[in-house]
Design a protein around this ligand. Structure first.
Ligand SMILES: [Zn+2]
Ligand SMILES: [Zn+2]
Length: 67
């Protein structure tokens, strides 16, 4: 799984969002570690769990704009 996370990290790093979509966040829950809802940076490729690094997450709120 960690290799998959790194692959997505690299893909997201090399895929800048259009200005409209940049600087947005979502609230997610993680299906891997069940860390509870928390915010993370929004990206259409995947939304990363800040606790375990997984992209196996579900959006519960957002995306919403952050400064
Ligand atoms: Zn997680
Ligand atoms: Zn999480």
């Amino acid at each position: 799984m960690a290799a998959m996370h790194r692959l997505l990290d690299a893909e997201i790093a090399s895929t800048p969002l259009p200005p409209d979509e940049a600087n947005k966040a979502v609230d997610i829950t993680c299906n891997d570690c069940r860390c509870g809802a928390h915010s993370t940076r929004f990206h259409f490729i995947g939304n990363k769990c800040q606790a375990c690094g997984s992209y196996n997450t579900a959006i519960v709120n957002g995306p919403y704009r952050v400064s």
